[in-house]
Design a protein around this ligand. Structure first.
Ligand code: EPZ
Length: 428
């Protein structure tokens, strides 16, 4: 077990390179199962979630090679249709193996990924999608058993759930449809940039997908797909996290390898709160200067292009030190407030009720031993620790290593007094 030791009160300055998107990489890695040809995927972040996915692909029979950010996958014939519980339980996103396995093998056994601290993570929309294409689905003993003896047949599927569109559900349906007979139309599709990146990857493999990035995606099934070489988009949530760090305690921090278009809602909010963002002409570099008099703000999380749920915890850390009253309304994962109790231990004034956090800015936070609980909550604790007075120890560091590559080293390069250390604290 490891922990982070942070000496707060630092100022950040300099330039940091943002890595490839974890949430684009995971479905794209799974999609490599759709062809027996070699697939090369570049800019894959070295985080535990992508490494878990590579382990699962390997256990299914694919050969996997990683050299720094580039992954080479050969999933030749003989791919297994069953993933083990021990692997799947480590990463909820393994549900995105459903589509590729059904497209390639017309059957699969996948342990239900279960929930996580940000909320119950149902898969009813994923099941709806597979059944619509002709799969029979049985749920027993914690496993999903699917089979489509006559193969998959395209149709129109409305993927909207009561909490809006589903990102990985849209991905699964797209990946199942690319080798189905006939045409599939996805209504109420997720519009996230990571969905668009997956569609671009599939089209490079020879798929026929149109409309990714809109609410309606059309897929014309083809007989087979070939290998390809693809570079994953930048991670907009890592970028947003460093933008918030720069707004909280930067003296002119520059982020490289970003995509301005993917950050519009986060940039708009930071600007509304008085912080200054300067993008270059290509939109792949941004320099952030903190507001002289930062203003409180209001967030209502929403599916893309709305404000991302994956950024609300980080913004809560910023609001904790912003004068006035800020509000964060979480509409996608209403329980996603685990970070608030730990921030309050550092002196934040936050009231959580009925899916919303009301944050009253305080003069200062104080360092304290805190517990990471999930990926983005951990990021919020790192930001608060950097801004707090005194020393903070953040336990259960594995939560942050799931989705941030070398976050301690990147922050050290910006001048933060932060280091990783062995943790004697017992595990979960
Ligand atoms: C993706 O998860 C991301 N993960 C999440 O990021 C992100 O928070 C989420 O999308 C929302 O943007 C990856 O891409 C690997 P959903 P996903 O299906 O696809 C409900 C991070 O921190 N729902 O879009 O699993 C669900 O409960 C992670 O990087 C159903 O009701 O999320 C939620 O309320 C955390 N039935 C809403 O839809 C279903 O079958 C959106 O979930 C599926 C989802």
């Amino acid at each position: 077990m490891e922990k982070l030791i942070v000496h707060g009160g630092c100022r950040l300055r300099g330039s940091v390179k943002i890595g490839g998107s974890k949430n684009a990489s995971l479905p794209i890695l799974a999609a490599s199962l759709l062809t027996p040809d070699t697939v090369k995927i570049r800019h894959v972040p070295d985080v535990s979630d992508t490494n878990y996915m590579l382990q699962i692909l390997n256990s299914l029979g694919a050969s996997v090679e990683r050299s720094s950010g580039t992954v080479r996958i050969d999933s030749m014939d003989g791919i297994s249709a069953s993933a083990s519980y021990d692997q799947v339980r480590k990463m909820r996103a393994s549900i995105c193996l459903l589509g590729p396995l059904m497209a390639r093998l017309h059957r699969c056994t996948l342990p239900l990924p279960g929930g996580c601290v940000i909320g119950d993570r149902p898969v009813d929309l994923h099941i709806r999608a597979m059944q619509a294409l002709g799969a029979q689905v049985r749920n027993s003993g914690g496993n999903l058993y699917l089979e489509a003896p006559n193969g998959l047949v395209g149709t129109t599927v409305d993927m909207r759930g009561e909490n809006g569109p589903t990102v990985l559900g849209t991905d699964n349906l797209m990946m199942a449809a690319v080798l189905a007979k006939g045409v599939t139309v996805i209504e109420s599709a997720a519009r996230e940039p990571e969905v668009v990146d997956l569609a671009n990857f599939l089209n490079k493999m020879g798929a026929k997908i149109e409309g990714a990035g809109t609410r309606r995606i059309t897929i014309i099934g083809v007989d087979q797909l070939t290998g390809c070489d693809h570079t994953v988009i930048p991670d907009r949530i890592e970028a947003g996290t460093f933008m918030v760090a720069a707004a909280m305690m930067g003296d002119g921090v520059t982020l490289r390898c970003i995509c301005q278009e993917h950050l519009e809602s986060v940039s708009a909010l930071l600007t509304e709160c008085g912080h200054h963002l300067e993008f270059n002409n290509r939109g792949d570099v941004v320099t952030i200067t903190p507001a002289h008099s930062p203003r409180s703000g209001k967030i209502v999380t929403a599916p893309y292009p709305g404000f991302p749920t994956d950024m609300q915890a980080q913004m809560t850390a910023l609001f904790a030190l912003t004068p006035g009253i800020s509000v964060v309304k979480e509409t996608i994962f209403p329980q996603r407030f685990m970070h608030c109790s730990e921030l309050k231990r550092m002196g934040a004034n936050i009231k959580v009720d009925n899916g919303a956090a009301v944050i009253t800015g305080v003069e200062r936070l104080s360092g304290a031993p805190v517990m990471a609980s999930d990926l983005r909550a951990s990021a919020a604790l790192v930001l608060a620790a950097l801004a707090a007075e005194g020393v903070t120890e953040i336990h259960r560091l594995y939560h942050i290593d799931r989705g941030y590559e070398r976050i301690d080293e990147k922050l050290q390069d910006l001048g933060a007094a932060i280091k990783r250390a062995a943790d004697s604290e017992s595990g979960d």
